[in-house]
Design a protein around this ligand. Structure first.
Ligand code: SF4
Ligand code: SF4
Length: 144
């Protein structure tokens, strides 16, 4: 297996992994559509409430979960323009996507990517870009 092939289907992110560019217009904002589940912590609900009426977008059966549009398969906050209707206050999972930190007992946390996202088409990630990504994911997880 070549290095490039490994990077294309390896969920573990490291310097050299293709960098990410959101291609929402091409994928139709796939990550904001069913099947999906966006869980929120208390602070995320408070942040969301600065911009939207949370009683209209949180699933009443599970009050810390974003619901789907009444008619449709997408998050209640996804606009017709395929942009998030609450971008500035969106949940942490949406900020981090398509990356997340994965921790296994006794192992240092590692960054993994969702291979279902088609946006890994950019040039290989540099060492400094990788460090910046890890820093931002770490900062976010410390705020949770
Ligand atoms: S993050 Fe990935 S799946 Fe989501 S809209 Fe962008 S390209 Fe599509
Ligand atoms: S809150 Fe915004 S980014 Fe998150 S799933 Fe909904 S539309 Fe997408």
């Amino acid at each position: 297996m070549t290095d490039d092939a490994r990077q294309d289907d390896d969920p573990v992110v490291r310097p050299g992994t293709p960098s990410f560019q959101c291609l929402a217009d091409e994928c139709g904002a796939m990550c904001c559509r069913n099947p999906y589940r966006v869980d929120l912590g208390e602070n995320e609900v408070i942040r969301l409430a600065r911009q939207v009426d949370v009683s209209e977008v949180l699933d009443e059966r599970a009050s810390m979960v974003l619901m789907l549009q009444p008619e449709g398969d997408a998050c209640a906050l996804l606009g017709d323009d395929l942009r998030c209707g609450a971008y500035e206050v969106r949940p942490n999972g949406c900020r981090d996507y398509p990356f997340h930190l994965e921790s296994e007992a006794g192992q240092p946390p590692r960054v993994v990517r969702d291979l279902a996202c088609p946006g890994f088409v950019g040039p290989p990630m540099s060492e400094s870009e990788y460090i910046a990504l890890v820093d931002s994911l770490n900062r976010r997880s410390e705020m949770d």
